[in-house]
Ligand binder design. Structure first.
Ligand SMILES: [Mg+2]
Length: 210
């Protein structure tokens, strides 16, 4: 399946992908989820509304539609968490937002990130090098990462879905809105061939609203 074929924007083309028996027989894709500002917002500063749970000094706010998103993700994908937070923090948040019976493929924290210097801003940031995931046995053609930080996946932007940073705002719908796109993307043989920057324009019928 060529990249051009996948990028074709006609609904007929997309249905062909979804109903391609070969695609449907593929094993589940790996969905790697960031935590801070993607699934939750943690802050020492009280917000207008109550926190959903407290971890030490941190008030943790779950992003709207988090439960619905987690349920869908776990049924459609092999799911993993990769955060640049400390290991203790990451595991504490994961315990509270994923069902206890669930087996995540991995839970990685800052130790698995790479510190990089942004040449323009001269500020350091944490990069997530998907080659570590590939060594863990996942082909990059079937790896999707949702992260509010584009620079975290700058080396693997073809695997990255950008999401607006969640800082506790009311009325946020990104976790709900991204589901139809994920439902389609999970059937694609090589997810890296899909331009993900326009995911907000994806509609339920399998096409892009232009
Ligand atoms: Mg983040």
């Amino acid at each position: 399946m060529s990249a051009e074929y996948i990028r074709g924007h006609s609904t007929a083309d997309r249905r062909a992908v979804v109903h391609d028996g070969r695609s449907l027989q593929m094993s589940k894709a790996l969905l790697i989820l960031d935590l801070d500002e993607t699934l939750v917002h943690s802050t020492e500063r009280p917000l207008a509304r109550h926190a959903d749970f407290i971890l030490g000094e941190l008030r943790v706010h779950r992003r709207s539609f988090l439960g619905e998103f987690v349920d869908a993700a776990l049924s459609w994908f092999d799911v993993a968490v990769w955060s640049s937070g400390s290991a203790a923090y990451v595991h504490a948040v994961v315990e509270r937002i994923f069902p206890s019976s669930t087996g995540l493929r991995f839970v990685w924290s800052r130790e698995r990130c790479t510190r990089r210097l942004d040449a323009d801003s001269q500020e350091y940031y944490w990069a997530k090098n998907l080659d570590k995931g590939r060594r863990a046995g996942f082909p990059l053609s079937r790896v999707i990462a949702i992260d509010d930080s584009a620079e975290a996946f700058a080396s693997h932007y073809g695997n990255h879905i950008g999401i607006q940073p969640y800082t506790g705002q009311e009325g946020d719908t990104d976790l709900q809105r991204v589901l139809p796109f994920l439902d389609w993307l999970r059937t694609v043989e090589n997810v890296r061939a899909v331009d993900k920057r326009r995911w907000r324009s994806f509609d339920n019928t399998g096409g892009y609203v232009t």
